[in-house]
Design a protein around this ligand. Sequence first.
Ligand SMILES: [Zn+2]
Length: 148
Amino acid sequence: MSEIFKTIARYQYTTEAQIIKGRLEAEGIEVFLKDHLTIDTDPLVSNAIGGVKLQVLAKDAMKAQHILSTINQYSLDDDGNQIECPNCGSGKVDLFSTITDFKSFFAFLIGFVSGTLPFHTRYKYKCETCKTEFTKEDIKPKKPISSQ
Ligand SMILES: [Zn+2]
């Protein structure tokens, strides 16, 4: 059996693995998760057993790894769609917290207490291509209404 299935990625959490699974299946690749039931039962065991294994058929492994390499390190929204830069349309977008040190945490706290800073600005996206920073609210809806 070991030559039929190939583990191409490991994830600490099942939700993460599920998102990637959805992406690969959208490309027509059959995906199998291993050990996710164990981890869902007891998340603390995840590290001990090496996380949720994402497996594909050996014949799909190269294609799957290629897809992973293009999507894995960049941000996905809650539906597993890749987040694109509102400025240049690049998919190379990183999610980062704006609270990176004590100073920014303090600034956040002041803003939060005084009500000038909305809660969601704790997190921002940054485009690697054009270096634009944006929040979730700046992202245009993915499905434009066609006006033909
Ligand atoms: Zn950009």
